[in-house]
Design a protein around this ligand. Structure first.
Ligand code: DAT
Ligand code: MG
Length: 156
């Protein structure tokens, strides 16, 4: 089973609503390992790259303005097959239809103001880790909890 890294962004609506702690806690309780954490302002160049798949959409301009309206909190989480696990915790894009229990399902009502971003594939996660963090901002350490979060064969 593969150890993966993935990116979560706490979006401006969550910053304004005071949800940084609530959101972070959910990933911590899941058993994921936080290896990078910072507050940052996203610029137009970075957002065009990050949301390249949406560049032609009519809502791109407002999406970009929204994502630049406050700093965001960027997190890098590590865990076994965690890219998919983190997406499940976040819930689907349209928050008012997201599953109860997910972050979007519990904390948001909107398509655009949906409180979090999470990488959507292993390939994109690898690109996003490099997009949002410098190598010296990612921290390796032994998380002793891993011995209880995973079985030995899952960590091998
Ligand atoms: P996700 O954030 O679930 O990965 P996405 O990558 O398709 O979804 O879109 C990125 C963000 O763009 C999404 O979180 C909110 C915004 N967005 C997507 N579709 C939208 C729409 N139809 N109207 C307004 N904003 C939209
Ligand atoms: Mg996406």
């Amino acid at each position: 089973m593969s150890m993966e890294r993935t990116i979560v962004l706490v979006k401006p609506d969550a910053i304004q609503r005071g949800l940084i702690g609530e959101i972070t806690t959910r990933f911590e309780k899941k058993g994921l390992k936080l290896i990078g954490l910072k507050m940052m302002e996203l610029d137009d160049v970075l957002l065009r790259e990050h949301y390249a798949h949406l560049a032609d959409k009519p809502f791109f301009e407002s999406l970009s303005n929204f994502m630049r309206s406050t700093p965001v909190v960027a997190m890098c989480w590590e865990g076994v097959e965690c890219v998919n696990a983190v997406r499940l915790i976040c819930g689907i894009t349209k928050a008012r239809e997201a599953e109860a229990g997910s972050i979007r399902g519990d904390l948001a009502m909107s398509v655009s103001c949906n409180v979090v971003h999470a990488s959507d594939s292993v390939e994109n996660a690898e690109a996003e880790v490099m997009r949002f963090f410098n190598e010296d901002e990612l921290h390796g350490y032994d998380k002793t909890e891993y011995a209880h979060v995973y079985a030995d064969d899952e960590l091998a």
